[in-house]
Design a protein around this ligand. Sequence first.
Ligand code: ARG
Length: 457
Amino acid sequence: MWGGRFSEAPSDVMQRFNASIGFDQRLAAEDIAGSRAHATMLASQGIISEADRDAILSGLEQVETEIAEGRFKFSEALEDIHMNVEGRLAELIGDAAGRLHTGRSRNDQVATDFKLWVRGTLDGLIEATRDWQKALVTLAADHVGTVMPGFTHLQPATPVTFAHHLLAYAEMAERDLSRYADARARLNECPLGAAALAGTSHPIDREMTAKALGFYRPTANSLDSVSSRDFALEALSAASLGAITLSRFAEEVIIWSTAAFGFVKCSDAFSTGSSIMPQKRNPDAAELLRGKTGRVIGAFNTLAVTMKGLPLAYSKDMQEDKEPVFDALDTLGACLTIAAGVTGSLIVNKDTMKAAAGVGYTTAVDLADWLVRELNIPFREAHHVVGRLVATAEKTGTDLHELSDEALKAAHPELTGKVREAVTVEASVAARKHIGGPAPDAVNRELVKWQARLALK
Ligand code: ARG
């Protein structure tokens, strides 16, 4: 492609080291779409003839078919997807192929292709996130009244409902999704026409190619167009946050499915056994969700370090952008699918959850709240009274609602047995019915919103 300037071919090791075709062949569809738009624009501007355009378009169609049918021979000597496609086009249509690269460089070409790929992949991640949310919301609908312990420090804190816990992840996933959408919107300007770095002397129409490729508009600065990969970094950053959400969910599934907790069981479809211990059911799916998050976060770091010292405009370092992005976004997509499967097939042990909800004096705050409400005691003092009651209960090995009338009276003279109905786990949860609370009433209101948003009802 640059034979005029060189008298020797690159060494074999250099050719292998330099080539990106091994991974950027994934950009074939985007590359062909970009070439179609470019050739069409060149003809419409009178830069190439209509006959050449037609030859190019029909040749591209054939290349597309050959690639789709697995008949295309990718060549390392041709370095990357751009030159592979153009090289084959030349074999197929001859001279006209040589006119396709008028007013274009691989630098604006690769930026365009890569943006198109990231854009399409973000759309897929949005879809996949919706599927996980659907699984969460569908499961939540069955567990509005399922009481479980809420934790802080992984110590029993206050009873919540399982539906409330699941919808917390639906909310987190919604923000993840909005970040994919933001990244998509911000990247959607077309670099094509920036050429190598300084545009072209040909009278190109950048609005036309931008529109043809579904971009909002052309990029405004030719140097920025070919030098920037913040769109990829932003996608990786959003992907890292999305993977972290999945990883935290996975961590909970792993904890909940231990023998010690016994809240849930992963279905056979998302568990594995042991080659030696016949009794084992391991939550491998959840563990891999947690484990693969490292790769996604690592990819952000890889590309960030690649980019941080690059002067404008293009440097070959930037060819290193693709592998981490492909790997991380593929990984996140797979993780979302698995998360939906794990969630949708989770086997829930309501009774164990409910029994655990009351362990560890989790309704102590409700007792203090009762003192505040019924006896108008300042909360700090009520906290103290209940602290003494918890100490007594611990000594006698009883729950708060099992404390004797004498024990109650000893803690505060006006404390009567009436308090017992306020300190059951159901009463505790039901009382927290304000916006954002775990009470079945409050959760039902959120559930209705979720079902509408996800078109589940
Ligand atoms: N394979 C290259 C990449 O992925 C395409 C752009 C090459 N441009 C250049 N001037 N060498 O970045």
